[in-house]
Design a protein around this ligand. Structure first.
Ligand code: PLP
Length: 227
């Protein structure tokens, strides 16, 4: 319990420090706690420290945890690879999807979103590191997919996500995030009402905040290394 509370405080302090350093508004960056592979008990400890946004990567694992934690006011974000045959569980249990990369999945999520639930918040995952990363769409496909998401019922286009190939080279990190922000600006110019840049993990959170992240997705720095 102590450890998670301490790590959470550390991450929060780092976020606030980065906001000040890069002249971002206070609390303009939101923490998404990435809880893949973590136990219900670990999530519960985090909830008790006031953290209510969690990100999960695997539909089956997530749905089990969501059921067990249904007494708590948690907002669940799906951030993992999307498969068409898993779309129903995601549409029925998550508030957000950060990893949309196909129009076919967008249509499925739209069809399967229960009508009595609020629109599902969608970020399109862009590949900003070229061949070294296989996830996300190439930038050339962005506008068509964004247009589709914006017009499908049950979905609300919120912005972009990226998971750049890991590097400790600060300049490389920064260029990747800057590219994502550039495409975000293009969405705005095209008239899309977007407000979310989901970028930055334990390893590159500061750089992402410098380049305009509004959501950082943090696992290891909160819960320790994954086995
Ligand atoms: C696992 C994961 C993270 C968290 O990474 P850490 O290095 O543990 O902070 C963030 N985003 C996505 C898409 C992930 O799969």
């Amino acid at each position: 319990m102590q450890i998670i509370a301490q790590q959470l405080n550390k991450v929060r302090e780092k976020m606030r420090a980065a906001e000040r350093k890069y002249k971002r508004d206070e609390n303009s960056v939101k923490l998404l706690a990435v809880s893949k592979t973590r136990s219900v008990e670990e999530i519960l400890q985090t909830v008790h420290c006031g953290q209510l946004d969690f990100g999960e990567n695997y539909q089956q694992e997530a749905i089990h945890k969501i059921a067990r934690l249904s007494d708590h006011d948690i907002t669940w974000h799906f951030i993992g690879p999307l498969q068409a045959n898993k779309a129903r569980g995601i549409a029925e249990h998550f508030s957000w999807v950060h990893s949309l990369d196909r129009i076919k999945i967008a249509r499925r999520l739209s069809n399967l979103r229960p009508v009595d639930m609020p629109d599902m918040n969608i970020c399109i995952q862009l590949n900003i590191s070229g061949e070294s990363s296989k996830s996300g769409i190439p930038a050339g496909e962005l506008m068509a997919l964004a247009e589709a998401v914006a017009t499908l019922p049950g979905l609300c286009l919120r912005g972009l996500m990226a998971l750049p190939a890991p590097t400790n080279d600060y300049n490389e990190q920064r260029q990747g995030f800057r590219r994502l922000r550039h495409y975000f600006d293009q969405l705005v110019s095209a008239g899309h009402d977007v407000d979310t840049l989901s970028m930055g993990t334990s390893n590159d959170m500061d750089t992402a905040i410098a380049e305009g992240a509004t959501i950082v997705r943090i696992g290891t720095a909160l819960f320790g290394p994954r086995c």
